[in-house]
Design a protein around this ligand. Sequence first.
Ligand code: NAD
Ligand code: TYD
Length: 341
Amino acid sequence: MKKTILVTGGAGFIGSNFVYLLLDKRPEYRVVCVDALTYAANIHTLNKAMESPNFVFYKEDIRNREGIFKIFEIEKPDIVVNFAAESHVDRSIENPGIFLETNILGTQVMMDACRKYGVERFHQVGTDEVYGDLPIDRPDLFFHEDTPIHTSSPYSTSKAAADLLALAYYRTYGLPVTISRCSNNYGPYQFPEKLIPLMINNARHDKKLPVYGEGLNVRDWLYVEDHCEAILLILENGRVGEVYNIGGHNEKANIEIVKIILSELGKPESLITYVTDRKGHDQRYAIDPSKIHAELGWLPKTMFKDGIKLTIKWYLEHTDWMDEVTSGAYLEYYDKMYGNR
Ligand code: NAD
Ligand code: TYD
């Protein structure tokens, strides 16, 4: 009999890439996707998945205990992977409440359902932002799994709380939990409020590219497919109760990325505009992936120089997708966040 894997947040960026990885590489799984379809989701991202007999979609909010329990009752998942979250730091600065509700209480609902109905694994998709930041002038420092939790934004704080709750459910109730903490992802289907797709979209419309502060903050970029493969490895071979960092050695300053995008699109650097910095802006993120490498043999396959080309090509070939997600409410958001910056 096929195993059933329930994926929350599967209509968003990383979740949808994970759904496609499963449908492609693991035909022995049935994939049940649960997503509330917030602003960050696009149901059309899942058009191709909907054609598969191995895929089923539920529009449901992970905060809705009754609705989630009903889905568990019907689908009886063997494995649950929780991607669903409010995921954008800038929005968390504007409105923290929804981050606490979805990212913490929603995770609790998912784990309560796992306890009640029994699963062989609950995997929580976490972020390296729970470790806070590293100084830019100390390239010798990296995040390890035992680096203290030291969050900066309401977003990272809500994700840290969810991680700790997951570890508490493991220790207290014996729920078979694993946690991954990854660095910044990039690739197809990312909502253009995040750095890379926002800059690609603005550049293609000859709009200003808003760089926060001096553009010197560093992120450790991870191609989304590499991330999804790491999660699959953790599900299949990872140790219960463990945290795994995913990422590694693709560090770039924001301004470098913006310049690469302009150069790939043949647009002038005069489109760059330096705007007021983000409040509490984390300086540098950098992952040490030696644990997942040593235990599970994982290393990122995609070098940034190749991944960024693939990503830009994807967005240019999918302008319909981009135009759809940037119509309506997006325009209001953009005006609010960048209008007077
Ligand atoms: P995303 O914002 O693109 O997608 C989130 C998805 O979750 C959307 O489809 C949305 O509709 C859904 N969702 C939101 N609230 C929900 C709710 N209450 N109930 C059900 N569904 C809900 O996010 P992403 O970039 O794909 O991130 C996925 C996960 O990975 C998140 O947990 C995020 O914290 C984590 N993460 C992301 C990055 C990154 O670089 N994108 C890095 C580290 C960790
Ligand atoms: P983002 O994609 O929001 O991811 P995170 O804050 O979770 O790392 O931002 C990545 C970096 O890019 C971060 O240092 C903030 C910066 N940034 C800009 O300079 N301009 C922008 O318009 C955005 C959205 C981000």
